[in-house]
Design a protein around this ligand. Structure first.
Ligand code: GCU
Length: 667
């Protein structure tokens, strides 16, 4: 237990609730501590009433909770806030003290890193791996430890250190197991446990066995042995992450085994090692991102159908320490997707939502795209009535809706050796926000709630650039305008991001969407576009929503929200749409042109808004960071023009319909 403070009335007592009860019961009434309100990793702040001289208490349910409570307290002080005033959910207790209790909404709030053993990071835009180089774990893990501190400060409790497209060698050599142990040692002081991605075929590819059939006894023994070795070196191992039978990765289906049989293989190996150090059994995160990337394109085929068709029939067959990790949308981190219908089907299975902090399809850290408003569309999505009540995704993934013991979220972060960790200063806001929203995914409804996207970006800005209202308002306004702008100048109306699908996922390439096996099709032709996902006439995807009213809403053009129109329907370019102002009419093609121009205009405004702050000398920011952000915003403004012109020219050429305002096309 640590005490600090220069005078008695500023004393802060910091520790676990149990230690506090043990050491301080004589001097401070420990029965008032309220530890029973805390769940593992939760914390409380208790402020004494002004007329007593009791210290402020910062108490965690466990040591991790103490650390989170301390970080949260410091983050308030650093914003110039009085924690007692900024604390939400406070109650006044018998002694007149005020208590603020904060508990994580679910047990899993993890980060995934897609790091390869050679030091590259798949879809990473912030430099090389913090963990690996040249096939092994790096010797100097000081920077990794600093990353652990960042993760703890935003409230993350575990990190999976290697790519989901996992290298089997990682868990095979004693040197690598020792290396993973050293990573765990670097993260442990910050309460962040590590997890490892596994390659399903390892028993065969590195283990010398004839098979990797999950029901084969030698395969079970192989994984038991790997798991035992890992626990021997890392007694608090968080668990494993497995991607199987997807995008060419090996999996249980090769042997005709179900995905549940595949997941349970690892879950059972983990279960044998529950230990006090781990404080809960290791968790097997099994990815729902399973699809065939060589699918033949026909009217009824649809990659979006894959997750439900594979996983829904298996509901109830996964062991209790399995969590199915579901990407937020049915395709792949697109600029807009409806929430994955799989969330509604996992009623007897633990589920977590997978979000992407690294901006793979969203500008790869060269574009300012503040992601919480996108995440909120999914977390607040209602799957329709199940068990007689609304089924919000956020309540499903915390486990509360279907009474599941586990659940939560996984954020693909891909931080690296870059000075900015992620590759740009502004993208840090997304990591900060991910931590806040993973701890408390509820914050979308009430504008006064500290977890709304606006409050989160305002807090981040104060912490990063100081509290000048001009700075806070400008950055918050830019951030909140950024995702809608990106959607406008890339792919609006639910048509997907229209980026280069085949290789880079960067920059415009609308022609690359169709005519290949990847299944991110738009079905754009000379008359119209959009995927017909209706049950009546299309792929049937709309019918995958468990709530009949949700399925019915998406089945009809008239009731589908405009921003998902082309996700669910194939319509002519001349399809009428309500215009931007009441009483105005537009068409799909005109909307495409207008949105692309509007989005590019917003991106251009970021440059001048940022420069105006500098002119007013309002920024508490050094010249290097100012210039770096200015450069990124200038690139974004230019690239938004490239996007606008490429997409508009593509649809103009395809449809032969000129822009009503004469900006596009010469017909
Ligand atoms: C995307 C991404 C891949 C990644 C995959 C996954 O398709 O482009 O790099 O491996 O998602 O999430 O497994």
């Amino acid at each position: 237990m640590i005490t600090a403070g220069s005078s008695h009335d500023q004393v802060v007592v910091l520790g676990t609730a149990a230690a506090f009860g043990h050491y301080c019961s004589s001097s401070i009434n420990s029965t008032s501590v309220g530890a029973s309100d805390l769940v593992p990793d939760g914390y409380l702040w208790q402020f004494s009433s002004p007329d007593t001289s009791s210290p402020t208490l910062l108490l965690g349910q466990n040591e991790r909770g103490t650390l989170y409570g301390a970080f949260a307290y410091i983050l308030e002080l650093a914003q110039g806030n009085d924690p007692i005033k900024s604390a939400s959910n406070t109650t006044t207790i018998a002694s007149g003290a005020t208590r603020h209790v904060s508990n994580p909404a679910a047990p899993v709030w993890w980060v995934n890193q897609w790091d390869n053993l050679d030091g590259s990071i798949e879809r990473g835009y912030g430099g090389r791996s913090l963990f690996f180089a040249g096939g092994k774990v790096v010797a100097d893990l000081r920077r990794a430890a600093a990353y652990a501190r960042i993760l703890a400060s935003v409230g993350i409790n575990a990190v999976v250190v290697n790519n989901v497209n996992a290298d089997a060698a990682l868990v095979h050599t004693p040197a690598n197991i020792e290396g993973l142990g050293r990573i765990a040692d670097a993260f442990r002081p910050f309460g962040v446990r590590i997890g490892v991605s596994l390659n399903f075929a390892a028993p065969q590819s590195v283990g010398g066995l004839q098979t990797y059939d999950p029901l084969d006894a030698s395969v079970v023994a192989f994984w038991d042995d790997v798991t035992a070795q890992l626990y021997k070196r890392i007694p608090d191992l968080a668990g494993f992450l497995v991607k199987g039978d997807s995008e060419g990765q090996p999996g249980p289906r090769k042997y005709g085994r179900s995905l549940a049989a595949g997941a349970n293989l690892f879950a059972r190996a983990l279960r044998k090692h529950s230990s006090a150090a781990a404080d809960s059994p290791g968790i097997l995160m099994y990815r729902a991102f399973v699809y065939d990337q060589l699918q033949e394109s026909n009217w009824k085929a649809d990659r979006a159908n894959a997750a439900v068709s594979y996983f829904a029939p298996l509901d109830g067959q996964f062991d209790d320490n399995v969590v199915v990790q579901v990407k937020y949308g049915p395709i792949d981190f697109q600029v807009r997707e409806p929430a994955s219908p799989l969330f509604g089907h996992l009623q007897k299975t633990n589920a977590a939502i997978e979000l992407q902090v690294t901006q793979e399809y969203l500008g790869q850290q060269c574009h300012l795209v503040y992601l919480p408003p996108l995440w909120r569309t999914v977390l607040d999505f209602d799957m329709g009535k199940t068990s007689g009540k609304a089924s919000l995704v956020r309540d499903i993934v915390t486990g509360t809706h279907f009474s599941r013991p586990l659940g939560g979220s996984a954020g693909v972060v891909n931080a690296g050796t870059s000075d900015t960790w992620l590759g740009s200063h502004m993208s840090q806001a997304n990591l900060y926000a991910y931590g806040r929203m993973a701890w408390d995914p509820s914050g979308g409804d009430d504008d006064n709630d500290a977890a709304t996207p606006r409050h989160i970006i305002e807090a981040w800005t104060r912490l990063t650039f100081g509290g000048s209202p001009a700075v806070v308002d400008t950055i918050a306004d830019m951030a909140l305008a950024s995702w809608p702008a990106y959607e406008n100048y890339t792919g609006n109306l639910g048509m997907q991001t229209l980026t280069d699908i085949l290789y880079t996922h960067f920059g415009p390439n609308p022609a690359s969407q169709d005519g290949n096996g990847w299944g991110q099709w738009t079905r754009a032709d000379k008359n119209g576009m959009g995927m017909d996902r209706t049950v009546r006439n299309g792929t049937g995807f709309a019918g995958q929503y468990v709530g009949a009213e949700v399925a019915a809403r998406f089945e009809s053009v008239d009731t589908t929200p405009q921003d998902l129109l082309l996700w669910f329907h194939h319509v002519p370019y001349t399809q009428p749409l309500p215009g931007p102002r009441p009483g105005e009419n537009t068409t799909v093609i005109q909307h495409i042109y207008d949105a692309h121009y509007a989005g590019a205009e917003t991106a251009a405004s970021f440059v001048t808004r940022w420069a105006a702050l500098n002119a007013r000398n309002a920024l508490n920011v050094d010249a290097e960071r100012y210039a770096s952000i200015a450069r990124k915003l200038a690139f974004q403004a230019g690239h938004a023009l490239v996007w606008r012109d490429a997409v508009c020219a593509f649809f103009d050429g395809l449809s032969g319909i000129a822009d009503r305002h004469g900006r596009v096309g010469h017909h």
